[in-house]
Write a protein that binds this ligand. Structure first.
Ligand SMILES: Cc1cc2nc3c(=O)[nH]c(=O)nc-3n(C[C@H](O)[C@H](O)[C@H](O)COP(=O)(O)OP(=O)(O)OC[C@H]3O[C@@H](n4cnc5c(N)ncnc54)[C@H](O)[C@@H]3O)c2cc1C
Length: 518
């Protein structure tokens, strides 16, 4: 069986893969890499011959960079990105209404808070990384037509678009990372929750012929109620404008080259740049109400769509992948009950909803707040000013162990005294952080933890880590493979209960309703 076939042929008929991933966009590529790290046999089926050559996403955050770090591609990714200095809101005359600076220093996640990137570069890196895994097969030009849950496995029918041959493959689970028009979502048969935003925007990508520093490095929200627009400073000579399409305007007409250059007139003339792409997108704000039915699951745009004002659509898909892969691995290895997979939707859905609601609010600000007074009214602060802030929601209902006060919060990633960034000490696995005395008191040894696949890091020689855990009122924290907190312990009894819930195999138990605690 080839590892990265260009042509699908027929997947080994007698073989049942652990997971079939439908779609090799950023969500599918991230999920397949994480499943590869877990050692699961995985088949990826992608309809197109190659990754889409034009960018849609232009921004990702530090949590997503942590996932790339886990996959082992962060160093390569950093060579292709720019650190984003922040967002500015200006009025029609260009007067600054609100500044939202993003930190230029590395933050609590061990990375910068906000990056600008070129999506085709990132997708290439993620696809190339899949070639490391002998047990991951990637078939392009494989159009999935039908998926059936057969109880103990699922069967996928697909067409090899090169030969027209109908093929089939089987797996324990099938995950649809198949984008906004997801077949898997249709098969799950879910309704969609609509958060109320639906607008057409013209997306223009240009390549500057020569430097034009006056455009600036910040993202600019032009709060012009009669024609709101966004400017984005992308890597190298790429620049983007997203411009609202007004009611009554025809998409074809507004995206013609003549109309585009007219719209860009305040910033750019045709002799300064070439148009790389101009297209009208309808921005939606929808979430599937069900993300799983039996052996079928969905992730990424297949499960949720957001207007891009927060730059979080792809980020949400990558969070889905990080949340799901380790749970699939535990279920497939029979180390956890299959009910654990219910927590994928219950944890991720409210989390992504908060991001979409914030993006919808931000869209509303850009659309309507053309003055400082309007912005202050929309973003009121105690001192009378207006301020934009990042959000850091907790996961929704899901598994917990030990003390659950901090369960579902993202744990930060300090740089360790000697061994670099914390996540690198464990990879895509759970990590117990504790002071050595507490661990010794429970007569547990580091090798025993490691045998159970749980990394251990003593906080004794790590003041930053120790102080952080102390501020949480704890002496030990169990961090999940996706870097969210499973539970904490402040004493020997709580540590025993933390590890009982997660040790010898993390989450090795049947989840009851009462286990699903916030
Ligand atoms: C203008 C714009 C700006 C954006 N900006 C940002 C941003 O700055 N930051 C951000 O995080 N997000 C942003 N997004 C959102 C982001 O682009 C998407 O959320 C992300 O690309 C979705 O990735 P995905 O892998 O879930 O889906 P997709 O990228 O759509 O991938 C789905 C894949 O599935 C394949 N497929 C579909 N059906 C089948 C089938 N039946 N058989 C086989 N293969 C199939 C498709 O060919 C495709 O390759 C933006 C979106 C737009 C439109």
């Amino acid at each position: 069986m080839p590892t990265s076939a260009d042509s699908p042929g027929n997947a080994e008929p007698s073989k049942t893969y652990d997971v079939i991933v439908v779609g090799l966009g950023p969500t599918g590529a991230t999920l397949a890499n994480l499943l590869g790290l877990c050692g699961l046999s995985t088949l990826v089926l992608e309809r197109e011959a190659a990754a889409y050559h034009l960018p849609r996403a232009v921004h990702f955050d530090d949590e997503v960079m942590r996932v790339f770090q886990t996959i082992g591609v962060a160093e390569e990714v950093t060579k292709t990105v720019r650190v984003n200095p922040g967002m500015r809101f200006v009025d029609t005359a260009g007067k600054l209404l609100l500044d939202w600076p993003r930190p230029q220093e590395v933050g609590p996640n061990g990375w910068h808070a906000s990056y600008r990137f070129h999506q085709p570069d990132l997708e290439k890196i993620l696809r190339d990384a899949l070639k490391r895994f002998d047990q991951v097969d990637v078939y392009s030009r494989a159009n999935v037509l039908q998926v059936e849950d057969r109880g103990d496995h699922a069967e996928v029918q697909y067409e090899d678009l090169a030969s027209g041959q109908k093929c089939s493959a089987a797996a324990r689970y099938v995950v649809g990372c198949d984008g906004a028009r997801s077949l898997l979502r249709q098969l799950i048969g879910t309704e969609m929750e609509d958060l109320g935003f639906r607008e057409r925007w013209l997306v223009i990508d240009v390549l500057l012929k020569q430097p034009k520093p006056e455009l600036g490095d910040h993202t600019i929200q032009h709060c012009n109620p009669s024609r709101p627009s966004t400017y984005v400073r992308c890597p190298e000579n790429r620049r983007r404008w997203e411009i609202a399409v007004l009611d009554g305007e025809e998409s074809d007409e507004i995206s013609s080259a003549g109309s585009v250059w007219q719209l860009l007139e305040p910033w750019l003339s045709p002799d300064e740049a070439v148009l790389e792409r101009q297209a009208v997108y309808t921005f939606h704000s929808t979430i599937a109400r069900r993300w799983r039915k039996g052996r079928l699951l969905i992730a990424g745009d297949a499960a949720h769509l957001t207007p891009p004002f927060m730059g979080q659509g792809m980020c949400a898909g990558i969070r889905d992948a990080a949340n799901l892969a380790w749970k699939l691995a535990l279920c497939i290895r029979a180390l956890a009950d299959d009910k654990l997979l219910e927590s994928y939707e219950s944890e991720r859905l409210p989390h992504v909803r908060e991001f979409i609601q914030t993006a919808v609010r931000l869209g509303g600000l850009i659309n309507t707040c053309g003055t400082e007074e309007a912005l202050r009214a929309a973003l009121p602060q105690a001192d009378g000013s207006a301020r934009m802030e990042s959000i850091l929601p907790n996961l929704g209902l899901g598994p917990s162990a030990g003390c659950d006060t901090h369960r579902g919060q993202l744990f930060p990633q300090p740089r360790l005294q000697e061994s670099g960034l914390m996540d690198d000490t464990v990879g895509y696995a759970p990590l117990l952080l504790a002071d050595q005395a507490l661990l010794n008191a429970d007569e547990l040894t580091q090798p025993a933890l490691s045998e159970a696949g749980v990394g251990f890091l003593s906080t004794d020689g790590e003041p930053e880590l120790g102080d952080h855990i102390k501020r949480m009122g704890a002496k030990a924290v169990l961090v999940r493979p996706d870097r969210y907190i499973l539970g904490t312990a402040a004493n020997k009894t709580e540590l025993a209960s933390l590890l009982a819930g997660a040790y010898p195999s993390p989450l090795n138990r049947t989840l009851n309703e009462s286990d699903l605690k916030l």
